[in-house]
Design a protein around this ligand. Structure first.
Ligand SMILES: *[C@@H]1O[C@H](CO)[C@@H](O)[C@H](O)[C@H]1NC(C)=O
Ligand SMILES: *[C@@H]1O[C@H](CO)[C@@H](O)[C@H](O)[C@H]1NC(C)=O
Length: 437
């Protein structure tokens, strides 16, 4: 009981002073890049005009694509069409953008299917390389693609399969904008831009509570600890880290942790000091964005994670990083953080620029995640002259990759694949654990 009271008192004190001390400061990440940089004037992007079957038609078929956590691929397109960095003259473009919605193929239950993505991507690259001279000039090295699915351009929802596939060969020279970030992983290409998952800004805003309400919860977490369906023996899911949280702290009064997802989830995060962000099957989850938006210090438990916009956001200063093997010491680690350090983190989290960088609002706003993507692209300029191939020179092999990817995208093959019950069941399970954690 004593511990809970200390937490309450600490929460009250911290909350009040964080509000008072909030001030405007320019924020920069590990590479020293600044969150408030303005990309306008630093790059020009040419947006390919594509047949609607690659984007609008796909979305028309299933408008639910606008709200799932991979909706970034659609919103980036809309944003770029109206952006000041867009050029209609491809000759003066620094970057070429191909608006293809490879993640917008949902099952009846609303779960994204990645089966079609490789063929759709190959098909669209074929199209742009035939219609314009720019792809062949560099074979994609001055092109960027948004690939927000679990393992990015590896295009599979299961990690072993994703690793086996690797990044789609045709994208190997392109810059990828993706949510998946884990160092030393075949699905994270050097030079990729890691972005946050899409979290609906209006929905989060609707749950804001007055900042004067004290943070009376010390540690908060809602989600799975075990995934019995996919990992009956235990130990694979979250590499055991979530199980360790539960086993060690289920009875600790400082830890408000449970598998039950309350309707007050967003409000609870605003009443907590620390929010656990452990890996699940993937290293990231929307909790990271929620932590930042709701001012709850993210406790990141995912070795080798690459966080969104890490070059511009000082994650080390905002969050707390706990090695997966140190989970049993989580209570000691968190209670020994000095109050002034907690205050500093809360002050940084309270900065509007930090929250803005995590969101994809409509309409876009200065410093939001769209602008951070552009900043990332601008920082990669000028292109190395060596990306330009000699006329007739080839760097990519169009026939490499799993045979299934090379086939034209025929509807009946895909339907047969989706009708495969085992696969569908696995997919369902996968998405249940991602969406309902
Ligand atoms: C680009 O190269 C491919 C074959 O590698 C060729 O079929 C296509 O016509 C070329 N595109 C242009 C615009 O010349
Ligand atoms: C392209 O890849 C295919 C399939 O892996 C391989 O058989 C072929 O030899 C490769 N071609 C070149 C020119 O490397």
């Amino acid at each position: 009981m004593g511990a809970a009271w200390i937490a309450l008192a600490l929460g009250l004190a911290l909350c009040a002073s964080a509000e008072q001390q909030q001030q405007h400061e320019r924020i920069s990440g590990s590479a020293g890049d600044v969150l408030e940089d303005d990309p306008v004037g630093r790059l020009k992007v040419f947006v390919y005009e594509l047949p609607v079957k690659y984007n609008r038609k796909v979305l028309e078929k299933d408008p639910r694509c606008l709200t799932h956590m991979f909706a970034t691929e659609i919103f980036v397109h809309e944003f770029l069409l109206g952006s000041a960095v867009r050029t209609l003259n491809p000759e003066e473009a620094d970057w070429f953008y191909t608006p293809v919605y490879t993640t917008c193929d949902l099952t009846r239950n609303g779960l994204p299917l990645p089966f079609k993505s490789p063929r759709m991507m190959r098909s669209v690259i074929q199209y742009i390389s035939n219609q314009w001279p720019y792809w062949n000039r560099t074979e994609g090295a001055d092109h960027f693609f948004v690939v927000p699915h679990d393992f990015g351009a590896c295009f599979h929802y299961q990690e072993e399969k994703a690793i086996e596939r690797g990044i789609l060969h045709l994208l190997q020279r392109a810059t990828l904008v993706q949510t998946f970030g884990q160092r030393y992983h075949v699905c994270l290409k050097e030079g990729s831009i890691v972005v946050p998952p899409y979290c609906p800004p209006q929905k989060m805003q609707a749950h804001l509570i007055p900042p004067s309400i004290p943070r009376s919860i010390f540690v908060y977490f809602r989600g799975l600890f075990y995934d019995y369906g996919n990992d009956p023996e235990g130990g694979y899911y979250a590499r055991g880290a979530r199980a360790a949280v539960w086993e060690n702290f289920k009875d600790n009064p400082l830890f408000d942790i449970s598998t039950e997802h309350p309707i007050t989830y967003y409000e609870d995060m605003q009443r907590a000091i620390f929010c656990l962000c452990p890996l699940g099957w993937a290293p990231w989850s929307p909790r990271l964005v929620e932590g930042v938006i709701f001012g709850c210090i993210p406790v990141i438990i995912a070795d080798d994670i690459v966080l969104p916009f890490a070059d511009a956001i000082p994650w080390e200063e905002i969050g707390v990083f706990v090695a997966e093997k140190d989970v049993p010491k989580l209570d000691t680690i968190l209670t020994s953080i000095p109050p002034e350090v907690i205050l500093k983190k809360q002050r940084l989290l309270a900065t509007p620029a930090m929250k803005q960088a995590m969101l994809f609002p409509q309409p876009a706003q200065p410093g939001d995640a769209f602008h951070q993507i552009l900043n990332g692209l601008a920082r990669k300029l000028p292109h190395d002259r060596r990306i330009y191939l000699n006329p007739g020179e080839k760097a990519l092999n169009w026939s490499s990759g799993p045979p299934g990817d090379l086939k034209p995208c025929k509807r009946n093959t895909l339907d047969r694949e989706s009708r495969n019950w085992h696969q569908l069941l696995q997919l369902l399970r996968h998405w249940c654990r991602v969406l309902l954690f």
